[in-house]
Design a protein around this ligand. Sequence first.
Ligand code: ZN
Ligand code: ZN
Length: 319
Amino acid sequence: MAYAVFDAPRQITRSSIIPTQAWLNPLVSQLMSCEGQGALEAAVERLGGGRPPRRHPVRDRFFCRQQVEENLRHAPPELRPERMRGAFHWHTRDSDGKGTLESMARSCQRRGAAWGVVTDHSRALEIASGLDLEGVRLQRRRIRRLNHRMQDDFHLFQGLEVEILEDGGLDLPAAEREELDCVLVAVHRAFDPDRDQTERLLRAVSTPGVDVLAHPRGRHFHQRPGLKARWSKVFAACAGEGVAVEINGFPRRQDLDFSLAAMAAEAGCQFFLASDAHAPHHLEFDAFACAIAAEAGLSPSDILNTRQAEDVAAWLDHS
Ligand SMILES: [Zn+2]
Ligand SMILES: [Zn+2]
């Protein structure tokens, strides 16, 4: 199987897994909608002012939608999106999402999930109007009421996507981390391409109360290759600390890619597959994460989304 985004799938079919969303940036739209031999290559060439695209790290190991579909057709059934019990990592209007807490939770449930983890941004990410302590507590009250209303049909965990600062410190004091069900840590800025960021990530994942390292590289399709780090060391630390690593299926992220995901599995890591949805229809982006997991050869037992809500609650309590 070919991996680069420019390697067109062998079979061209129209599918309804993920519709093209006009409001997404044009590059993401290309990842979603390109059809036919060389279509995406032609699109990138247009974006580059007519220069023929070459293989480049910022476009390497991305799947387009057709590749996702083809991959999933051959994937073990346990790794298909409809077999995931949990909808992990999504945003609401409380930070930079477009849906309300309730509409997002109900969309997860309608897609067949038994549990979800909402993960709005922490306050340092001003660009995403992150939640301060007061905001986190207000959201928690709404989550309790929602869980009460939804009873056994669905359980919502409160997570927070906490910014990893430039020195590896976190944008959330220890006492506040303890109040949350799930603490994801992630880098959204200070991508110095010349700096090895291993120590920054090691400090972040070994901080008490951290549960998940989200989109570890922080790459963006066609825009930035993401962090440079000694990944074997980072994954060994995650495995040792009981911190899960995320495979983020948002099309422009696809982070970890399948080769790094395989390396993380080798190191003994467990995984959450994430849509990083910022609107209800984005929840389907978990298909990209499933395809990456399948390509990496991950075992379904290492993927926490396959577990029951009680098992996930117990895992989050002990991690
Ligand atoms: Zn993020
Ligand atoms: Zn996010």
